[in-house]
Design a protein around this ligand. Structure first.
Ligand SMILES: NC(=O)N[C@@H](O)C(=O)O
Ligand code: NI
Length: 166
């Protein structure tokens, strides 16, 4: 059984896979006569391929059976996909650069104030949450074309919550 250590989610660590949507390290603009701060440019939304349009949706996700087994990876060839948690609950992100090579898999512990934007064609596991009824704002692509490619792993991969890497 292949086990996958879980590492902290940081911009640098996640850079090969997309953006981390958080305000840490960002310099805000003061707006609205000083009554608000604006953090710009947190993610690159890439959904225009083949006439795609932005799709704004709301996910309410359930906790998967424990121990969480990684059996399926997917990617969206025509667009990026962004998840921003709305409940403030911590969650999990699993990505890889080649689903056939287990050493390319990475698991990240996402905090409740962190979102991610999977780059177009980034292999990722479908939304993984740690608390029931976890709500997310999702920004991805709607339009013609096949925007889902799936890969079912030959051997289930387990997440190792005990050995948090990093
Ligand atoms: N199916 C769907 O809209 N969501 C997945 O793409 C996912 O990454 O959770
Ligand atoms: Ni997806």
């Amino acid at each position: 059984m292949v086990t996958l250590a879980i590492e902290p989610l940081t911009r640098d660590a996640f850079a090969p896979f997309g953006d981390v949507v958080e305000t840490a390290g960002m310099t805000p603009l003061s707006i609205n006569q000083g009554y608000a701060e604006r953090y710009n440019g947190l993610a690159s939304i890439d959904v225009a391929a083949e006439g795609g349009q932005v799709n704004i949706s709301w996910f309410v996700a359930s906790v998967r059976p424990s121990p969480i087994a990684i059996r399926l990876m997917e990617r969206h060839p025509l667009g990026s996909q962004m998840f921003v948690p709305l409940n403030g609950a911590d969650w999990l992100v699993v990505v890889c650069s080649d689903p056939l090579i287990s050493s390319t898999y990475r698991a990240f512990a996402a905090k409740g104030h962190q979102g991610v934007n999977y780059a177009r064609n980034c292999w990722h596991h479908p939304l993984l949450v740690l608390e029931q009824s976890s709500s997310f704002l999702v920004v991805d692509r709607k339009g013609a074309g096949d925007n889902l490619e799936e890969y079912w792993l030959d051997e289930t991969m387990q997440l190792d919550f005990g050995a948090a890497a990093g």
